[in-house]
Ligand binder design. Structure first.
Ligand code: GLT
Ligand code: MN
Ligand code: MN
Length: 403
């Protein structure tokens, strides 16, 4: 039977970054091929497709250098558009990468005045984020890095980054804002090298923050960015963040491996990886927001933009249906049960290292434990059989035989 895929609805909690949908299709080799949409037009376009809401950078709504009055008006019409469409804004961020002043970095620019201006701009964006109801504030340091190593003092730049995060934490606390900061890693583009290139290194940097601020800082892993860093799978990065209690949200899109960023539609490039991501999140009971951070191709017109928007949420629902089919597949369930039993023999229960009490017992048991090293080395894992069953279930193919 063909896979039954439900329509995406707001209840799915999938949000769209307005900037992707606004994108007129410009790239380094040519100008835009379609009109740049306003943030309000994006909200209106995404509402009927099942998006739960939108996120934004300050300059997606108002131009760099706009007056406070222009900024307030733009923010008000964005919030009104969300409200009129039954949508919300769970996250906002700040553009610290487009204006010329940030050409050599923002929080980590060698120039002290640029660093100060960047922090001030982020504070203003935090005010806007809270006004829109956002509870997460993303920081993506697109220009925080270098092209030539001769132009950066790494030891100072890394410290300046931490100082900026601390300052913003102080700002949030001083205002009593209900807002957390999510740091987004990326290895390169637009700089040849960006500081904290992977989610793992970002998590490491959070551990160096003042303990008083650590709880309010997490990460925003992005599918494409992990692939740009040549990770075999993006779910591992998302899982590491979750395991550290730092998965504040994640960015969904597509990317063919370690090259410049492509921001392809979510689920278009890696069906298997997508299914495993959705299955992981189901296993751990993730209920936070899912965020589409992708861009329609330059080949698309205005209509194609909405086709693109639709396929991003549709691919999430398809992956959910594929996961359902995998999890309800009798052959897969049987094999997983058999493997679970084989991997956890009854007399192995003493080797539980998960709590201090259990560890104390396990260590005593280890003193005279004898392991059948040869037998364990020769055991059948049945991973090939299992993966084939997964692939067949994903594709709706009847299994040839129960492996
Ligand atoms: C930019 C980047 C994205 C970030 C955005 C947040 S902007 O498009 O490539 O991955 O999430 O600043
Ligand atoms: Mn992103
Ligand atoms: Mn990106």
């Amino acid at each position: 039977m063909a896979l039954q895929v439900r329509k995406a609805t707001k209840a799915d909690g999938i949000f769209g970054g307005v900037w992707g949908f606004q994108n007129p299709g410009a790239d380094p080799f040519g100008p835009g091929t379609r009109r740049r949409l306003s943030a309000v037009e994006v909200v209106q376009g995404l509402a009927p497709l099942g998006y739960a809401g939108c996120t934004f950078h300050d300059n997606d709504l108002w131009d760099f250098g706009a007056t406070p009055a222009q900024r307030d008006a733009a923010l008000e019409s964005f919030i009104a558009a969300l409200r009129n469409n039954g949508m919300t804004c769970p996250m906002a961020t700040v553009n610290l990468f487009s204006a010329a002043i940030f050409k050599a970095g923002a929080f980590t620019a060698n120039n002290r005045l640029v660093r100060a201006f960047a922090i001030k701009k982020a504070m203003d964006a935090i005010d806007a984020a809270r006004a829109a109801g956002a509870k997460t504030f993303v920081l993506w340091g697109g220009r925080e890095g270098f092209d030539y190593e001769s132009s950066i003092y790494l030891e100072r730049a890394l410290g300046w980054y931490r100082d900026a995060v601390h300052t913003l934490c102080e700002y949030i606390k001083r205002h009593g804002y209900d807002l957390k900061i999510a740091l987004e890693a990326k290895p390169n583009a637009p700089r040849a090298s960006i500081l904290f290139p992977t989610t793992g290194s970002m998590l490491g940097s959070i551990a160096t923050l003042d303990p008083a601020n650590q709880g309010m800082v997490g990460v925003n892993p992005e599918v494409a960015h992990e692939k740009m860093a040549n990770a075999a799978t993006f779910t591992a990065a998302i899982a590491e963040a979750w395991h550290a209690g730092k998965l504040f949200q994640f960015d969904l899109n597509g990317q063919y491996g370690a090259r410049f960023d492509q921001d392809l539609s979510f689920g278009s490039d890696d069906i298997i990886g997508t299914v495993h991501l959705v299955r992981f999140l189901k296993r751990v009971g993730y209920s936070g927001l899912r965020h589409i951070d992708a861009h329609p191709l330059r080949t698309e017109g205005q209509k194609g933009t909405w086709t693109f928007a639709h396929r991003c949420v549709r691919n999430w629902k398809i992956a959910e249906a594929q996961v359902e089919r995998i999890d309800n597949d009798p052959a897969i369930r049987q094999l997983l049960d058999e493997l679970e039993a084989a991997d956890n023999p009854v007399d192995s229960e003493v080797f539980d290292f998960s709590t201090p009490v259990a560890r104390a017992k396990a260590v005593v048991a280890l003193a005279d434990a004898v392991f059948d090293v040869t037998g364990l080395g020769a055991r059948e894992t049945r991973f090939e059989a299992l993966d084939q069953l997964f692939l067949e279930a994903m594709q709706g193919v009847d299994h040839e035989e129960a492996a």
